[in-house]
Design a protein around this ligand. Sequence first.
Ligand code: FES
Ligand SMILES: [Fe+2]
Length: 380
Amino acid sequence: MSANPIDTVSTLRNTLAVMQTLPSDEARAMPAEFYTSEEFLNLEKDHVLRRDWMCIGHVGEVSNPGDFYTTEMLDEQLLVTRDTDGTIRVLSNVCRHRGNRVAEGSGNSRRFVCQYHTWSYDNTGALLSAPLIKNTPSFDKSKCALPEFASEIWNGWIFVNLDGQAKPLTPRLSGLQNIVNNYHPEERFLNFIEEDTWNCNWKCLFENFMEGYHLSTTHLETLHKITPTRLCKKMESGEGWTGYHAYYDPDYPPRGPFHKDLTEDEKINSPMYGIYPNLVVGMATNFTLFMCLRPNGVDKVNIRWGVTGLENDPDAQKVKDYIHLCKTFNAEDREKLEVLQVALKTRHFQGGPLAPDDYEGCIWDFIQYMAKHLATGPAE
Ligand code: FES
Ligand SMILES: [Fe+2]
């Protein structure tokens, strides 16, 4: 493949177009530049990431009126609030005066004061005061609210659509809703949330989370004992998601307590699913692990990752044990993905064959999702 950036982008787009024509038993990985090209990332930002629903956190982070947290996504500063009426909003965290960031960190507040010249806003984004600014025809307070982004909540996760044009998210996840229904993710409490940064492309992390092929090798001492590769089964996937069922080794102790609605089959597997393009979820019978991915250049991904559980008791020992397990296998994944990112600087890797659907079928689904938006043709 040529090193010319324009050629690289068009070659990758052509490769995606070829991927659309292949049957799944000829599924292949993408070439190295898919994960290393700055120009291709720019195309992803414009045609996928700003256009689609991006997960930015969990309602448990703003459980009470006045709660807020700040984050960013693709250089947009975001302020997530639960207003006094209880509505969750995703506001632009950029002051309407001269563009400073308005709020920092997280907490509970009825008003936000920009620290530059102290314009202040309420938690719906309305401008409350602008010191010394005269009421003139060119200044109308009611027109200086913080802009609000389109947002949607699905089973407790907060999604934002930066360009405001995406079709509603929930209808396209109806098939997934049927699969996860009895686990009742919407009833689970946020037990833990943390920010992290891994030195890898965001897509490598999405793909890694969504394949069971590495469970028995990379996680030999951790997850292999619980959810070995040989027991993975591809899930029925749809327009908005892909997934697989990680069945539990019969020798591993039952992972209760179980929600009363779970069937016998549901008690013995964790649905692992990825909601395109940036939320990955491992939903065990007792806890849920999730990661919201925020691309930060081609070789860095910011991760907002958390754990939800059946009880609102973050200090319980079983919660601590589960978080410890997550941190242990996350470190195993991170080590592999950071080496992978270095190796992908090669100009010689063209992408090898993928393992059968049960093990790497979600990667193929993800490539098809990317192809739908970026293959030669649609993104012209
Ligand atoms: S930039 Fe916020 S008050 Fe001036
Ligand atoms: Fe892993």
